[in-house]
Design a protein around this ligand. Sequence first.
Ligand SMILES: [Fe+2]
Length: 441
Amino acid sequence: MLLGLKLLASAFFVNPYLQLGNRPSSSQAGVDVVFQSLNVRPFRVEVNTGDGVWRSAGELKREEVFVKGENSHYVYTASLDGVRNGRTFSYRVWNGNELAFESSGKARPAAGSGYSLILWGDSGSGLPPQVKVAKRVMADQPDGVVITGDLVYDRGRVSEYQKKWFPVYNALPGEATGSPLMASILFMPAPGNHDLLYNDADTDGDLFAYFRYWRVPLNGPVTDASDASAPKLKGSATNISRALSGIPADRYPRAANYSFDFGNSHWTILDSNPYVDWKNPRLQAWVEADLAKAKGMAWRFVAFHHPPFHSSPEHQGDQQMRALHDIFRKHGVKIVFCGHVHNYQRSKPIVSAGTEVAVDNAYDGSKTTQTDGVIYVVTGGGGARLYSPELETQPEKWKPWTAMYSGKFSYTRLKVSADRADVECVSAEDGSVLDRWSVRK
Ligand SMILES: [Fe+2]
């Protein structure tokens, strides 16, 4: 339950929200609380881990966002280390002696346990369907959310997050702009092209908000800004340095790729933008090692933005992530979640992604639910203008590997237990289930 304390929320530029932080492993307890303010204030954060006692959180860190195109502001991060996985907890933020915010939150599910998770992509459009998704997900109350990229249009800018991200997914209770999701539910992002690819610092001074506002595990393979596979800003040296000022060196560019444990699963989040060379043996070795390390987990899931298999005429040239298919299959990844294409699609289990794409035709998702292929899901109906919705009723135009196509605004529900994953595509308009399927181990 979120006690938004709306009257006092003026202390914040962006209200407090939860983040997984640099905690890749389920053996690590805790979450981060992040919030923003226009001024330096005497903030204090406290946490109640369930025993009724309010304890002071760890050190409050402060980063400056002094960029062209948006109000100067500060991003505060508190580490709630006492929060245990699988538990709910409460936290509150004081502004001096004034209680400014209080909410409950859900920690990451305990190691080995089942959980529910919701995914969508291509969302930060500022259009009405984005808000509809937020309101339905609020009613669903999942244990976590994974966003499959294109978080914020048009160029992932600080000013765009302030208009089209936080008001929708981090609203206060009762606010018409959206829902108070992020105050209590962990969101994990995958970067899309609109987040990291359109990047001229001479034109926009407030790019790369991804690296300012998200707190994710810092365990990815791209650690140096000079790496060819790192997202980079274009423009004059002065403008680039101004646009990057205040971003910690351990977060840019490393946070573009990461992985984390979530209950009985391991999740690998990749930057699928075309500047990343996923044919590079060093990067492939990281993916292999990451998945191999998770061998003991019940499930390994992968999420990134550009879908390697889809049937829409848009973005047919962006299927570069096929380069990793063999590795996914070898390590038992059953489902890969993507966005980029603004609709919902489910592939048949892909067995081979060579010049001939081979699929498992025996799998039907309801009676026959075991497969050693990889199912690729496009869940890009989160709010941006839809792509080729008419194909929904024209299966003769689908690629042979496509099993389902929906041209409606939607999101995807995932429910995971030890031996099965149940998936539903849900209409943002009326909440009806547009596709339902399972994978059994
Ligand atoms: Fe995209």
